[in-house]
Structure formats: C-alpha cells, structure tokens
Write a protein that binds this ligand. Structure first.
Ligand SMILES: Nc1ncnc2c1ncn2[C@@H]1O[C@H](COP(=O)(O)OP(=O)(O)OP(=O)(O)O)[C@@H](O)[C@H]1O
Ligand SMILES: [Mg+2]
Length: 254
C-alpha cells in the first residue's frame, strides 16, 4: 500500500521581494518520520517550517499538508489543518504574564469555543489534562506558576506540554534547543523523540546541532542557500555532505 505523505512540497520557491529564500523544493515527509532540517544560518530552514505549517504560502509551487493543497483551501479549512500541526519555536512563544496552565491550555484553542477559552482564563478548565501533560514533561509543580518566572528549559517544557495537549499529527520545531544548555537540550530532544516514538507523531525540526540531528532523527535534509543539497537517512550521512553543507563560503570565495 502506498502511504500518503503528511507533508509534500512540489516545486516550491519562496520569494521575499527580490530575494529568493527557497528555490524549487521537492519534499515528501511521511507519517511517523523524524526529519531534521540542517544548514547554515539563512539557508531557509525557518522559512520551510513556516511553509509547512501554513503560516506562509509559497510564491511558487504547492504545499500539501494532510492531503490538502494549502493554497486551495479556505481560511477556515486552513485552520482545521493547522489544528493537526503543533509548532514549537526557539523563543517558546508563550504568554509570559499568564500562569503556566493557561499556556498549556492554549493547546485546546483550535477545539474550544471562544466562551470556553475566556472562562478558562478565570476558572481553568481541564486542569487534569494540563497536569498530565506537565507531568510528562517533568514539571507538574509549575501548574499555577507565572510563566515568566520559569527558566528557559522549563518554558520550553511548557511549550511541549501545550503540544501534548493539542495532540497534533505532526510536530514542527524550529530550533527548539538553541537557547538551552547541553543538558536541557538533551532532555528536550529526548521528549520530542519520545512524543514521536510513543505516539507516532511526525517530527520536523530545524537544528544547528548536527549531533542531536543524528542522535534523534532518522532522516536529514540539508539546505543551503534555499536549495536542498541532500536528503538522506541519517545512517547515510557522510563527511563530504557535512563539509559541503557548512563550508559553502570557503568554496564560493576560494
Ligand atoms: N519575511 C522575510 N522577509 C524578507 N526576507 C526574509 C524573510 N524571512 C526570511 N527571509 C530571508 O530568507 C532567508 C532564509 O531565512 P530563514 O529564516 O528561513 O533562514 P534559517 O535557515 O532559518 O536561518 P537561521 O539558522 O539563522 O535561523 C534569509 O536570508 C532571510 O533573511
Ligand atoms: Mg531559522
């Protein structure tokens, strides 16, 4: 049986004014895969993640998510697709002046009515679900703590708890560990891998760390100046590929 990709890019290019950030990308990502996006700063990793979660529509080509062409569906249908995608960012994207529980409960927002969401700000709803998610990420005691008083690692855990509550098909993570020290980075990457392994979630994450990409993902996509220069199973990564990916400037200027 042929599997349907969860994400598919067909001849995608992304232009910002005169600048072309991505050129002719073709990519299929299947359910349950763990894919790392690698490449030097400015290669287009974040832009690609924004295309995958529908925050950005491509200037050329097609982005298909869960069988839908994102450019051909209504804003309401787009929101429905986005409900199945959980995104984690480098900057955590939490509301700092709210208690942790409200940030975790933001994972329900695609499903809750506006009324329930507003009521929940005064009388937190589904406390048990939030507590379970926080327990899974190791900080149940922070349920009612003000988010801004948490450390960076704890805030990233809150962002992951929000994704657990959302229970999406796929997790998109844009540099989820770049603000964290090595120990915390490992813990957060372990959590992402575990969410993917135990719940079958697809994971697409941009990473600066080649080590974590290799230890936690099973497929590596190398981007350079907006083009895919390799797309391989992790076991097939070679030293030459790494050198080509990160030493473009020396090659260009020599
Ligand atoms: N909204 C925008 N307007 C104009 N240019 C943009 C915009 N977003 C991204 N770019 C440009 O597109 C290129 C790719 O940016 P992107 O943020 O995707 O790179 P990246 O691989 O995520 O880099 P980093 O590793 O530094 O996060 C960069 O040259 C960037 O300046
Ligand atoms: Mg980026």
């Amino acid at each position: 049986m042929t599997q349907i990709p969860i994400f598919e890019l067909k001849q995608v290019s992304q232009q910002f004014g005169k600048f072309r950030a991505l050129t002719n990308l073709n990519l299929q990502i299947f359910p349950g895969e763990r894919v790392a996006l690698l490449g030097p700063s400015g290669a287009g990793k974040s832009t690609l993640i924004r295309l995958l979660n529908g925050m950005l529509l491509p200037t050329q080509g097609e982005v298909w998510v869960l069988g839908r062409n994102l450019a051909r569906i209504s804003p309401r249908q787009l929101r429905q697709v986005q409900r199945h995608l959980g995104t984690v960012y480098q900057q955590f994207n939490l509301v700092n002046n709210l208690q942790v529980i409200h940030n975790v409960n933001a994972g329900h927002l695609g499903r809750w009515s506006l009324m329930k969401a507003v009521v929940s700000l005064l009388f937190p709803q589904e406390v048990e679900t939030a507590l379970r998610a926080l327990t899974q990420v190791g900080i149940p005691e922070k349920l009612y703590a003000p988010t801004e008083e948490l450390s960076g690692g704890q805030q990233q855990r809150v962002a992951l708890a929000r994704v657990l509550v959302q229970n999406p098909e796929a997790i998109l993570a844009d540099e989820p560990i770049s603000n964290l020290d090595l120990q915390l980075s490992r813990e957060i990457m372990d959590l992402l891998k575990e969410m993917s392994e135990t719940r079958g979630k697809t994971l697409v994450t941009s990473l600066h760390s080649l080590e974590f990409a290799c230890s936690h993902c099973d497929r590596l996509v190398g981007l350079q100046q907006g083009r895919i220069i390799f797309d391989v199973p992790t076991v097939a990564l070679s030293q030459t590929m790494i050198e080509e990916l990160y030493h473009v400037q020396e090659i260009t200027y020599n």
